[in-house]
Design a protein around this ligand. Structure first.
Ligand SMILES: Cc1ncc(COP(=O)(O)O)c(C=O)c1O
Length: 440
């Protein structure tokens, strides 16, 4: 059993307001949170203010933020250009939304299609989960078949069929690869209609797809597993070829990798074009927004005039989110910006690796683009099963030690960087890491 997580008495004394809030919130919100991912032991630190790369908690403690709301805030908190776009959108519209088509929708769709699929079509959603849900539904409508194939360890949102095998335990993963429910109450038909695949194992993936080709509606995957485990280039190409050969739509869930791995996404970095792409996080510039896009013949099924496939959502195409998203892309697209961010991420991970080596700590810092993690294990990390060799107690101890020293990373989760994490911030973080690793 995992040991209870404790914070130092000094830190507990400094975070009394977060603790009191957690106790109050538990009375109305299960676990005191409104999304499971925001919880950690012994109580999550609650924030009340943010600017640039920094967060301040309810007690006024300051942190450098490496969570960035789980990825979206690639320009940091409250970026002036994004804030101006949000205010401008509301001021010129005189409202928050119209409930009708409006010009930003096509403008933003055209821009995203130019980047991802110039001959394709797109629909907006309000979240990454909605994007993946509807992309899979569109593929089912196209193929008229029930089964989806997904990869072990890949997350596509909090719905039953995407939670299948997204984080099986060590004991479950020690058994043969098969669908494992990720949440109580998962209907049997969901498990029966999910094929689980092994990331970076092309021969087995191809064999499984071939065996079930007649029943499959689509293959959905994170092209970069968990946003920090790189695919073998031949692996993505192989999955693309097998799915194309069987006319099975391949869906890249780029909710995380889109605009984090490269300007564009994994499909640009690895030169593999899926049939459908799901976006979220960064494309809303810090406001809720997602999108699914791709082949016109599949997306066209959603044309209301044909009545083939229903897709709708009250808040889809939310004007301030479109404005914030476009402002974010404007900033990211400026010459040197993305390269600068990649260089800073490389510097930070190199600094961490140097310290781990100096302190003789057995750990790896896998990085892809502007995201990385720290795992306490030896050897390579090529898929979810490899991550299970991690020593979670060590990572937990490091997370607490970092938190106590003013580095906010959601325990056990990856680190995300932003353009406002400057060289001074990176240096400060490396010094803190050095100290945190020596903590008892
Ligand atoms: C790869 C991936 N897909 C889908 C989602 C779901 O997005 P959202 O939380 O916006 O619904 C996430 C969220 O972390 C994700 O990382």
């Amino acid at each position: 059993m995992a040991k209870a997580v404790t914070m130092s008495l000094g830190f507990e004394a400094r975070t009394k307001a977060s603790r009191a809030y957690a106790e109050r919130a538990r009375k109305s919100l299960p676990g005191g949170v409104t999304a499971n991912v925001k919880y950690f032991d012994p109580y999550p630190i609650s924030m009340k203010r943010a600017r640039g790369a920094r967060l301040w908690d309810l007690d006024g403690n300051e942190y450098i933020d490496y969570c960035l709301s789980f990825g979206p805030l690639i320009l940091g908190h409250g970026h002036p250009r994004v804030m101006k776009a949000i205010r401008g959108s509301m001021a010129s519209a005189g409202t928050t939304m119209f409930g009708t088509p409006h010009e930003l929708e096509a403008t933003y769709a055209e821009r995203l299609l130019r980047i991802f699929r110039p001959d394709g079509k797109l629909r907006f959603t309000v979240s990454g989960t909605e994007a993946t849900v509807h992309a899979v539904r569109a593929a089912r409508a196209y193929r008229r078949r029930p089964m989806i194939a997904k990869f072990e360890g890949h997350y596509h949102g909090g719905v039953d069929e995407f939670l299948v095998s997204h984080a099986p335990s060590k004991a479950e993963a020690d058994r043969e690869l098969r669908p494992v429910a990720g949440s109580r109450g998962t209907p049997a038909h969901v498990l029966e209609n999910t094929l689980v695949l092994p990331f970076n194992d092309l021969a087995e993936t191809e064999a499984r797809i071939r065996r079930h080709a007649d029943r499959l509606a689509c293959v959905i995957m994170e092209p970069v597993e968990r946003s920090y485990i790189a695919p073998d280039p031949e692996f993505l190409k192989g999955v693309r070829e097998t799915t194309a050969r069987n006319d099975i739509p391949l869906i890249f869930d780029e909710v995380m990798s889109g605009f984090r791995l490269a300007f564009g996404g994994a499909q640009h970095a690895y030169g593999v074009t899926p049939d459908l792409t799901c976006l979220g996080k960064i494309i809303g510039g810090g406001l809720p927004c997602g999108a699914f896009l791709g082949r016109s013949d599949i997306l066209e099924l959603a044309d209301p005039r044909s009545n083939d496939f229903f897709h709708s959502s009250t808040f889809a195409g939310y004007p301030p989110a479109m404005a914030a998203g476009m402002a974010t892309l404007d900033e990211l697209e400026a010459p040197g910006t993305f390269d600068g961010l990649l260089a800073k991420t490389r510097n930070l991970t190199a600094g961490f690796e140097r310290i781990l080596e100096q302190q003789h700590v057995r750990a790896r810092v896998p990085r892809v683009g502007t995201v990385f993690s720290i795992l306490f294990l030896d050897g390579g990390i090529r898929n979810y099963r490899d991550t299970l060799r991690d020593d979670p107690q060590k990572r937990r101890a490091l997370d607490v030690a970092l938190l106590e020293r003013g580095i906010f990373v959601k325990p056990a989760k990856p680190f995300y960087l932003s353009t406002v994490h400057d060289d001074a911030v990176i240096r400060e973080t490396i010094e803190v890491m050095d100290d945190a690793l020596q903590a008892p």
